[in-house]
Structure formats: structure tokens, C-alpha cells
Write a protein that binds this ligand. Sequence first.
Ligand code: CAA
Length: 385
Amino acid sequence: MISTGIDKLTFYTPAHFIDLSTLAKRDNIDPAKYQTGIGQDAFSVASHDEDIVTMAANAAATLLKDEDTSNIDTLIMATESSIDQSKAAAIYVQQLLNLPKNIRAIELKQACYSATAGLQFACAYTAAYPEKKVLLIASDIARYDLHTPAEATQGAAAVAMLISANPRTAILNPFSGLYTEDVMDFWRPNHRNTPLVDGKLSTQIYLKAAENAWKDYINKGGIAFSELAQHCYHLPFTKMGLKAHQKLARSANIEADLSTFINSTYYNRLIGNSYTASLYLSLISALDYRDDLAGCHIGMMSYGSGCVAEYYTLQITENYQQYRYQKHHQTLLQRREPLTLSAYENYWHRPEYQVSEHILITPHTKGEYRLVEIQRHERQYQCCK
Ligand code: CAA
């Protein structure tokens, strides 16, 4: 059987962040509650001229530099923070990146999970058409209401992945463990800009879904937990992944080995939740921070509230180190600037597009692509290279 999987992957995150100790000071909370209690140091904040499209274009532009794009005939965007109820954000990205017009461009939704569905669809597609490649982008701005317990778990990032036959980074292994249950832990009705969330319930359901998906994977003949060299989880905050890791280890009757988890958390700890991108950001973190994964199998636990969970494994290729973007990722993080509280709250209040006919957006992003204006409810983007 032909192997398919992730050929290359990279992320983009905005150039502003809020340090969680700043939020802790505002609310007179012990900063250790964030640093140790939820395992987060900071989160990226998108400026008004950034959205899921600009972040996706920035991530994909890096990925596609020096790539022949003529064989990419499918562009899938996975997101929770969609900008339109009808038009796929992928179409804006196709135009901004000058991708071929003979391409299918779609958007996928299921909370934080949909990028994994996109990966499965793309691998099945490239197995059938090995000469084709799929551009899969997970892009999200995680936003919660100010002064709520969830506020500290915001963030913003996009991960762009090229999916192909004979991939250069990671091969998708057979079998996938699945779990779906109708539950109201986190949802966002069409009339709301921020999600409704039952935080405590969401953490319980996450663990239940993770365990059930993993058991389904094992029952189907999957690789034993103890044989996996690295474990990656959807990380709304890194402590959540730690709890899932401990739970799955208990189910597998082994002691949780933190050395096979910790490397997947470094980027997420600084960037915060990025919904659909979060699991893949954790994969990038593991690949960037470990030089010993050639030929190894790694576990991937995807979760989207509502809820759907999927557990699958990847086999890392012998030469994966050649295709990493380690330096670029470090540069993105090093160039970030901390926000004051008032600047953060100003960015949090995004322009109310519905009530105005023409909004000109002040440039703030350090990325190559920006949202310039919204006129007659149409978003106009620009490449500022
Ligand atoms: N020092 C060290 N630790 C401290 C501390 C201190 N001074 N004070 C508190 N803590 C610890 C607590 O003991 C607790 O740890 P445990 O969970 O291990 O017991 C932790 O800090 C969190 O404190 P609280 O229990 O008081 O929780 P909270 O009220 O601050 O809310 C939350 C936490 C529910 C996760 C909230 O941030 C939230 O609602 N987040 C959004 C929802 C979410 O991310 N859910 C995750 C699963 S759903 C999902 O994954 C999909 C998705 O992306 C949204």
C-alpha cells in the first residue's frame, strides 16, 4: 500500500502576546495558578488586521516557498473561528497565495477537531491520486469573554501542512480510534462572537473522549501505548494534555513517562490555545525539540468539543530533521512583543463589522498578509511583502 501523510508542516502566530502574570496581577490571582495550575505562560493575541485568513496565508506562504504548487489541487481549511457562514476561508487563501485556479477549496468545522478529519480525507485522497498534494491549514483565534475563568486559555495560531504520498516528515499509520458524543461542553451559536463553555464539564468530557478513542484504536489493532516514542494531544492548555497522558497511561497499565510528552508542549505553553491548530502545533513542538524520532511511532489525540475525538499514530520518517522550520519558529516567537493590559483589551474588542459600511483597519501585524478594510461586508486582504 502506498504511504501517505504529512510531507512538511509549519506554524504562524501573531507578533503580540499577553503574559499571564499580567492577567494574574489584574485579577489579584497567584500567577502560579496559570503557570503550574493550567501549565501556561502566555498567549498570542491577534491584532485587528489579522484573522484566520491572514494567519493561514502567512503559515502556508512559508510552507510553499520553493515548492512546485501546480500539483496542489485541494485546499482544506479547518477552523472554529470562521469569518463567514457561507464562503470558505480557503478561497481567500487560494487567491492571496496565487495558487492554481483548478483547485477545490473548502472549509471544515467541528470545534478543535476538524483538522484531523481534514488530514484523514487528504491522506485517503492522495492515496487514490498519488501525484496530487493537498494543502491543509488549521487556523484559529481562540477567544473567550474577558474576566471569565476561560480568558487565560485564549491564543492564536495557524498550522499549514502539505499532505502527500511518500511524505518527507510523517506517515499516517493504519487504524484510527473514534469517539462521538452529543454534549454541550463548548459551543458557539451563530449569533455569538465568543463561545459558551462549561469549563469543568469540558475537561471531564475531554478525558472521557480521549480514553474511549484510544480504546477504540487499541481494539482495532493499533500500536501499544508503551511502544510510542512521543505523545501529542490537543492542548487547550498544557495541563489538560498532561492529565490525558496520565489517564491513557493508567488505562494502558503503565506509569506515565513525562519525557515522552513534555517536548510537545513548549510552543503551546507560549502561544495558548489555537483550537484546530493546537494538536498540530504540539506535533511541531515535539519534532523541533527532539532529534531522536527517526523511524519512531508517535501518538496523536485529537479532541473537539461537542464532541468528537480521534486517536491515531504517525511514523516519523528517517530524514524528518531536514524538513523542519526550527529557526523560523524561534524567530516568530522571539519577535513577539508583550502587550499592556489596555492594548490587549483593545485588541480583544474586534471591530463590529455589522454596524458599519466601511472599516479601514490600522496596520499592526508583522506578518506578510493583512486585513486592510471591510467595505459593504466584504473583507479585503493585502500582501505587504
Ligand atoms: N498554584 C498552582 N495551581 C493552582 C493554583 C495556585 N495558586 N490555584 C489553582 N490552581 C490549580 C487548580 O488546582 C486547578 O488544577 P487541577 O485542575 O489540576 O485541579 C487549576 O489550577 C485550574 O484552576 P480551577 O480548577 O480553579 O479552574 P478555573 O476555574 O480557573 O478554570 C478551566 C479552568 C475550566 C480550564 C477554564 O480555564 C476554562 O473554562 N477554559 C476553557 C475551556 C477549556 O479549555 N476546556 C478544555 C477541555 S475542552 C477542549 O479542549 C476544547 C477546547 O479547546 C476549548
